[in-house]
Write a protein that binds this ligand. Sequence first.
Ligand code: NAX
Length: 326
Amino acid sequence: MKQPVRIAVTGAAGQICYSLLFRIAAGEIYGDDQPVILQMLEITPALGVLEAVKMELDDCAFPLLAGVVCTDSPAVAFKDVDAALFVGAKPRGPGMERKDLINDNGKIFSGLGQALNDNAKKDVKVLVVGNPANTNAYILKANCPDLDPRNITALTRLDHNRAESQLAAKTNSSVSDIKKMIIWGNHSTTQVPDISHCTVAGKAATGLVDTAWAQEEFIPKVAKRGAEVINARGSSSAASAGNGVIDHMATWIQGTEEGNWVSMAVPSDGSYGIEEGLIYSYPVTCKNGDYEIVKGLEINDFIKGKILDSQSELLEEREAVKDLLS
Ligand code: NAX
């Protein structure tokens, strides 16, 4: 039997984790021959609920689950972890401005970053889900000087999956026929779902749908899908977000399929004119536990404008938290 890998998960008593943790314990990130230890972090008032989550994990008798830690101490949660999933965040309250949300979460993520830096394995793979995800990841990166900055990423795979599903429905095809979807930018309404390079069962998507649909219906539909779910459900996407986390991590660790790519928000290396270091969603391929930004794609003027708009939003968010970037 292999040595277990350690995975820290924050916000472990919340909605997303109620599906996510069980799928990790079933082996869906690292594969069905890899034992895992879950190191679950919550705020002190949520420790009772967290204990109930542990009871249910125990009651599933997952053969690959080699241990479960419940704690309100970041140092304990991040001790020797191979992966850290930052799901927990302060939600937006009534009357709260976006900049207040950015600021409050910024403080949380700078503190968590220091604890991660001091306790995790140096090559820990990090995924930020809690919103504003890209900027929280940026703050985390600034507070983790000893970790590999390339390993600090944010979730846009849910947006990528939503985009595939919308295009499949529009073209009466199966999601498995859709290849090379792209989400550019911030995980927010400025994100840029882009079908320019997509194929549907081998045919160019741009030849199957008209430009007006791609620009005026598809983009806002994907970008505002989270709000649509909130309106229908009364709370934000949970199972589909958990599924996006599984897909993001499993692809990063196990690799992309031949002839396809996925979207991940990663530190920009300057590709496509985006400022270096910003956590920006790009098309990436993954192999041997590493990812690479897909380079040299031709970008039309419409998409180029939107890509820069999303960058502007990220620059504004960064300005709002500049005091937390140690
Ligand atoms: P919940 O409110 O159900 O759960 C969040 C949990 O985090 C709570 O149990 C809370 O006690 C805990 N928490 C808060 N601060 C913490 C801290 N400092 N340390 C540890 N735990 C802490 O939210 P849930 O529906 O699970 O969503 C979690 C986050 O995901 C939210 O910020 C949400 O906006 C974000 N999302 C991100 C998505 C993405 O694609 N990037 C999509 C889904 C979701 O909207």
